[in-house]
Design a protein around this ligand. Structure first.
Ligand code: SF4
Length: 204
């Protein structure tokens, strides 16, 4: 797919209202606002869950303390992180799915991935490394090779390299997980940063 065709696909995604006007299933409680960052040049892609309230308001992915931690993990500054020719950001659901009764984010909308994901990844021909954040993204992108839970999947990160690397969400909610799993910082992050550096150099 050409860069022009990718632009046209992204325009279609930005106009999508399927979860707002689906005439049957529970519609989104707000106007859709798909949040994604793509270009046909990027070699690294972050696949996560779905935007939260803050990202829904700003339209800027990972513009929060979780994003700061993620950039630290990658060894990447903000300018590079938001350069779509260097990094693609493709959540499992492009729009904020709303909140559950306890005030937590609902799961990514199920309608989104089957509608857009395959076409979109076909249009990212230079992709070499996909960073797979959280259980929904791991279920889709790692399929049957995903282990029985997130910790086991991330623990087996070497099995997915060099094309995929599973990660936990960089949220403060995972501080306890990070303490319990020190190998994540000592073993996985240095390899991640080395790979990111290598691929950015290739893109320069
Ligand atoms: S979540 Fe995806 S399928 Fe649903 S309205 Fe947004 S872009 Fe469309």
């Amino acid at each position: 797919m050409s860069a022009r065709a990718l632009n046209s696909l992204v325009k279609d995604i930005r106009k999508c209202r399927v979860c707002f006007e689906d005439g049957g299933k529970k519609p989104l409680p707000h106007e859709p606002r798909p949040v994604l960052q793509v270009s046909s040049k990027a070699r690294i892609c972050i696949v996560g869950q779905a935007p939260g309230t803050r990202v829904h308001a700003s339209g800027v992915p990972f513009d929060d303390p979780s994003g700061d931690r993620l950039r630290d993990w990658l060894g990447m500054d903000r300018d590079t992180f938001y350069d779509d020719t260097k990094l693609a950001i493709v959540p499992m659901g492009f729009c904020f799915p709303g909140l559950d009764a306890k005030g937590g984010d609902l799961p990514p909308r199920k309608e989104c991935a089957p509608l857009w994901r395959e076409k979109l990844f076909e249009a990212l021909p230079n992709m070499e490394l996909t960073l797979v954040i959280g259980q929904y993204a791991q279920a889709y992108h790692l399929g049957k090779t995903k282990k029985k839970n997130l910790t086991e999947t991330v623990e087996h990160w070497r099995d997915y390299m060099p094309t995929h690397l599973p990660l936990p969400h960089p949220s403060w909610r995972n501080n306890v997980w990070l303490k319990k799993n020190p190998w994540f910082e000592t073993d996985l992050l240095p390899v991640l940063q080395k790979e990111v550096k290598r691929l950015l150099k290739k893109s320069a």
